[in-house]
Design a protein around this ligand. Structure first.
Ligand SMILES: Nc1nc2c(c(=O)[nH]1)N[C@H]1C(S)=C(S)[C@@H](COP(=O)(O)O)O[C@H]1N2
Ligand SMILES: [Mo]
Length: 207
């Protein structure tokens, strides 16, 4: 018998209508990824601070944080380990609104995000003020879950997700840049997922 010629199919890589940055794959199930344990949250003692080169320091209780101006915005998460979680509709305070409230001094150029337990990530102030950057308290109409960062997580959809800091407790405005947790391990300081800015140089491991 003569073998029938096999149909050769080109592999189809679904880029989800252009929403996947280069080298990313859409996650079917959403992993929770972080260093250490999920921290406890006590709404009575929890406090959100903004300090550094600001005209007005902020100290917000959980109650006052929830009263901040709120918007909803779609924002994909792109982990540098190559999975992306698409179709998230976040609900929270715009990053630029927090900046506006603190009246940054003219010397302020960077935002250092501080999480529970000492995890940090750094971005230029303009990046933090971009459309779509949120301090999210909700996702798809529900409050955030603890493993995904409740009560507040940063969402910076253009950047790799290690910059989307979970269990966010404060913002520090600085004149000088200061590499955060993963940036110190050799991950790219700018972390633009669309430019595939994964590593500063070489492959240092996994974030
Ligand atoms: N506080 C804190 N935030 C963090 C991390 C972390 O270890 N600690 N990991 C980051 C990384 S590497 C990723 S990929 C995303 C994962 O978000 P998820 O667990 O909601 O999927 O959280 C980011 N935010
Ligand atoms: Mo990640």
């Amino acid at each position: 018998m003569i073998a029938r010629p096999r149909k050769v199919r080109k592999p189809v890589i679904d880029d989800h209508a252009g929403r996947l940055p280069p080298g990313q794959i859409a996650a079917k199930r959403w992993p929770a990824l972080h260093k250490g344990e999920v921290p406890p949250f006590d709404p009575e003692t929890w406090e959100f601070r903004v300090w550094g080169l600001v005209g007005r320091e902020l100290r917000l209780s959980w109650e006052t944080f929830q009263a901040l101006p709120r918007v909803t915005a779609d924002g994909d998460l792109h982990c540098v380990a190559r999975w992306s979680k698409l179709d998230n509709c976040w609900d929270g305070a715009p990053g630029r609104e927090l900046l506006r409230l603190t009246e940054p001094s003219p010397a302020a150029r960077f935002v250092i995000m501080h999480a529970e337990g000492g995890y940090t990530a750094n971005v230029p102030m303009e990046t933090f003020a971009e459309e779509g950057v949120l301090l999210a308290v909700g996702l798809d109409g529900e409050p955030l879950t603890p493993k995904h960062g409740a009560p507040v997580r940063a969402v910076l959809p253009r950047l790799y997700a290690w910059k989307s800091v979970k269990w966010l407790r404060g913002l520090e405005l600085t004149a000088e840049d200061r590499p955060g947790f993963w940036e110190n391990y050799g991950y790219h300081n700018d972390a633009d997922a669309w430019k595939e800015e994964r590593f500063a140089d070489g492959d240092p491991g996994r974030a």
